[in-house]
Design a protein around this ligand. Sequence first.
Ligand code: SF4
Length: 491
Amino acid sequence: MPLSVFDLFTVGIGPSSSHTVGPMRAGSSFIHLLGDALGSVADLRVDVFGSLAATGAGHGTFDAILIGLEGCRPDLIEANELTARRTRMSETGTIILGDSTGNGVEIALTEDDMVKRPLTVLPRHTNALTITAFDSTGQTLAEETYYSVGGGFVTSETEFLEKEKSAEAGAEDGPESSEFAVADSVVEAELESYSEELPYPFHSGAELLERCRENDMSIAEIMHANELSMWDEDEIRHGLLHIYSVMEECASASLDRSGYLPGGLKVRRRAHDWYLKLKAEDPNHDPGYYLEWVNLIAMAVNEENASGGRVVTAPTNGAAGIIPAVLHYALNYVPSVAEGGEAAKHRAIIDFLLTAAAIGVLYKERASISGAEVGCQGEVGSASSMAAGGLAAVMGGTPEQVENAAEIAMEHNLGLTCDPISGLVQVPCIERNAIAAGKAINASRMALWGDGQHRVSLDEVIETMRQTGADMSSKYKETALGGLAVNVVEC
Ligand code: SF4
């Protein structure tokens, strides 16, 4: 299936899309795999590898897998239900497999059932877990390996093998035994199916601009037309407005909370106090204070994410504050939107999210949005680039100016490492979202001063990000083994 705007923006729980949302999806997917064999399960083992194992404690990964195995979904579970399930599991030492209402199969859980292997990285991806279910005689009933590849996306080993098989079948030329040739063929096969299913297929920024030019359409219109092959008009409109309402609720819930974030790092929630101060100092939203409001929204969303609250993955949880913060700017400081009434605001939200998603598709397809794969440039950098493009569109930019804005924002996030202290999505993540939101606004404004012609293309900067990520030491890819994570004394 081609990537949809609703794949790039999903409702989930914090603190991490790859380390919390993805593992929970893997757990619930395994229950579907078990099917009728569920009633015969007597024992279970979960092997967690690489980055998932290294920073799983700080990200709530291990609980997320178990709660997924209880049949819960990250887009539906409430924060208080999560807490209740965690408490019950630790008090009883059991989990209830397969039924989120609590009517599934209860099995005992020991330390040995969750095996953490931080130094073992599976060849396909560093975020991997294998779940095995046994019957009462110790025979394996089912086993599957899942890869949490960023942004909450999960792919199983079986799916990888199927794609490889179809890619190999379709690949008549080229070196058949090369691992890279197979991987490239898989990507090509995916891109092929993408082109078959959409009215305006694009595989690169250049192709996206070409579709816009030949059809005299904006990037949002191209994306919208493609979405219509998956959803109807009402579903797209209501779905996007719902995504925005969850972003808004997330920020406002966070602004009501004070105290310290969980995890033992003693990071104080700042958004609540800042909000009270800012409201008193800037009651009428003077444009001179725009950056303070943008910073506030980004930090509020990321503090909510860090405390395990409900967020929109955009395109990841660690980077979830950037798009809401830049959307806040679009809705309150772009005059045609701020003064245009509700209809103008709804139009701006829809155009912003569709444009940002078109850019997100390019990052997901051509590089990565996973901090564990390419560092923070793939998470915060991609979100900043998506937000810059979305804002440029709302500000009336041409497709070329939108592409320029997205390129500028990523160009100045290249090389950004992922080094969260204690593996918690708090420091540097929360402030980093505010800084990246500011960069996105600046990138849009710079692009709108130009005519869309520029020296470095979005495709070139995406490829540079991918290569930089491939060259980056694993210490800086969500392992908490380098950078701030080892230089800041925890106390
Ligand atoms: S440093 Fe960036 S990529 Fe790493 S956890 Fe924080 S936000 Fe995510």
